[in-house]
Design a protein around this ligand. Structure first.
Ligand code: GLP
Length: 242
C-alpha cells in the first residue's frame, strides 16, 4: 500500500485523479475504470473532468463499471447509482454512456444479473484502475463487515450503519433500500490498480483499521493490504490515527 496524506480534500482529488490518469495513459484509450459512488470520490471526478476539458485525458473509448447498485430503485430514480454515476462520471468525463455500466438492481433474476456483471467485467478484460471510497465501518463497495474475501458480485443486505449514513440522500430514512448488488471483495482485488480516497475525521478510524490494523473481514478495506498496487489518498483529518 502506498499512503499519501494531503492537506485538504481538493488535493486528495487532484492526486487521485493524476494517479487514475496515469493508469489510463499506460493502459491506452480503451482503459477500463472501476468507479465508486458516495461523496469521497467527487473531488477526484472533478479533477478528472478538468483534465478532460484541458484535452490531456480522453475517455471517449474507455469503459467504466460501477461498484454497486441498490436493489429495487428504478434506474430513473435520482439516487440510483446508475443515475449518480451518469451525473458525476459519465457526463462530466464525457464518456460514452453505452460504455458505462452499473449492476442491474431491478433485474427479475438478481443472481443472474450478478453473474452477468462479473462476465461483462471479464469480457472487458478486467478493471485497469478501481476508484474506491471507504465506509465508516470499513466497507468497500457495499461489502459490509463479515464479507468473504473471495466474494464476487452478489446481493447483500445493507448494514444498519450504512443505511443510516445514506439516509441523507433520501426524503425519509425508511426510503433507503435494504439490499444492494455489489462487486465482491474478490472482484475488487482483481483490479490491476486501486486508488482509494478518504477524507474527514469520520473516516479516521476506518482508515487506521484498513492501513494499520489486522487484515480481517471485520474491516473489509483491510484486504487491500494484500493488493499489489493499492494507493490510499487521504486528507489530514482522515489520517489523524495513522
Ligand atoms: C457508499 C458506497 C461506497 C462508498 C461508501 C462511502 O454507500 N457504496 O462505495 O465508498 O459508502 O461513502 P461516502 O464517500 O459518501 O462517505
Amino acid at each position: 500500500m502506498e499512503i499519501i496524506i494531503c492537506p485538504d480534500v481538493d488535493s486528495v482529488g487532484r492526486v487521485a485523479a493524476a494517479k487514475v490518469a496515469q493508469v489510463v495513459a499506460d493502459a491506452g484509450p480503451q482503459a477500463v475504470l472501476g468507479v465508486a459512488t458516495g461523496s469521497s470520490p467527487l473531488a477526484t471526478y472533478e479533477h478528472l473532468a478538468k483534465l478532460v476539458e484541458a484535452g490531456s485525458l480522453d475517455l471517449t473509448q474507455a469503459r467504466a463499471f460501477a461498484l454497486d447498485e441498490y436493489v429495487g430503485l428504478p434506474e430513473g430514480h435520482p439516487e440510483s447509482y446508475a443515475a449518480v454515476v451518469r451525473r458525476t462520471v459519465t457526463e462530466p468525463l464525457r464518456m460514452d454512456p453505452a460504455r458505462v455500466q452499473t449492476p442491474d438492481g431491478c433485474a427479475a433474476d438478481i443472481a443472474q444479473a450478478a453473474k452477468d456483471y462479473e462476465r461483462q467485467i471479464r469480457d472487458a478484460g478486467g478493471v485497469d484502475v478501481q476508484v474506491l471510497g471507504i465506509g465508516g465501518n470499513g466497507h468497500i463497495g457495499f461489502n459490509e463487515p463479515g464479507s468473504s474475501f473471495a466474494s464476487r458480485t452478489r446481493i447483500k443486505t445493507l448494514a444498519a450503519a450504512t443505511r443510516a449514513a445514506n439516509a441523507r440522500f433520501f426524503p425519509r430514512a425508511d426510503d433507503v433500500p435494504r439490499h444492494c448488488l455489489t462487486q465482491g471483495l474478490g472482484t475488487i482485488m482483481d483490479a490491476r490498480e486501486v486508488v482509494l480516497v478518504a477524507q474527514g475525521a469520520q473516516k479516521a478510524d476506518a482508515v487506521a483499521a484498513m492501513v494499520e490494523g489486522p487484515v480481517t473481514a471485520s474491516c473489509p478495506g483491510s484486504l487491500l493490504q494484500f493488493h499489489e498496487h493499492a494507493t490510499i489518498v487521504v486528507d489530514e483529518d482522515a489520517a489523524v490515527h495513522l
